[in-house]
Design a protein around this ligand. Structure first.
Ligand code: GRF
Length: 187
């Protein structure tokens, strides 16, 4: 199984995947890691791990459709079996979803369909839920929508801030992500 990973940020979840592959726990190859902007730690740590990297900088494109096409070309060039959005903060175009139908996997730091969007942790905390968590799902053209593959609940503790809660969610998220990728690779 070959995957391309898309990141926008630090890529700590990606690091868990890199480590699991390196440890022989995940029977798959990370063909490349791509980002939507330059200078991310996700790309830096991927390069340090010896992975191929690419950037399709959103700001380099005057028209959204041109960025969509460039991203699709860049990812498709690696002929991945799956594409993983690991903290990739862009909604991809319907054409991208069509090209990787049922093969575009996203992780989200809340129990979908609750609290979709860029602030899933903050929104759950603000609502006052006692349990939140993480979701790994097949992404469609919506915002954090598409068939759910697996979820892990995480308790909200008294005194939690967005940061402390998100860190605990990410611990669960990394474990869940590695498990789901392993299941897909062995299917
Ligand atoms: C994860 O919680 C992911 O679900 C969310 O952003 C976070 C990415 O963290 N969309 P990192 O870049 O893997 O550290």
């Amino acid at each position: 199984m070959r995957i391309v990973v898309l990141v926008s940020g630090t890529g700590s979840n990606l690091q868990a995947v890199i480590d699991a592959v390196a440890a022989g726990e995940l029977p798959m190859e990370i063909a490349a890691v791509g980002a939507d902007r330059p200078g991310t730690f996700g790309i830096e740590r991927s390069a340090a791990a010896g992975l191929e990297t690419f950037v399709v900088n959103f700001k380099d494109f005057a028209a959204r459709a041109d960025w969509d096409a460039a991203l699709l070309d860049a990812v498709a060039a690696y002929k991945p079996d799956y594409v993983l959005s690991s903290g990739f903060m862009r909604i991809v175009a319907p054409g991208f979803i069509d090209a990787f139908a049922g093969r575009y996997v996203n992780t989200h730091p809340a129990l979908l369909p609750a609290f979709p969007g860029a602030h899933g942790v903050r929104d759950a905390l603000a609502y006052g839920v006692k349990v939140t968590g993480c979701t790994v799902h097949f992404a469609d053209a919506g915002v954090d929508t598409g068939p759910i593959i697996a979820q892990t609940p995480v308790a909200v503790l008294d005194g939690d801030t967005e940061e402390t809660l998100h860190e605990r969610i990410k611990v669960a998220e990394r474990e869940l992500l590695v498990k789901v990728l392993g299941d897909l690779a062995r299917a």
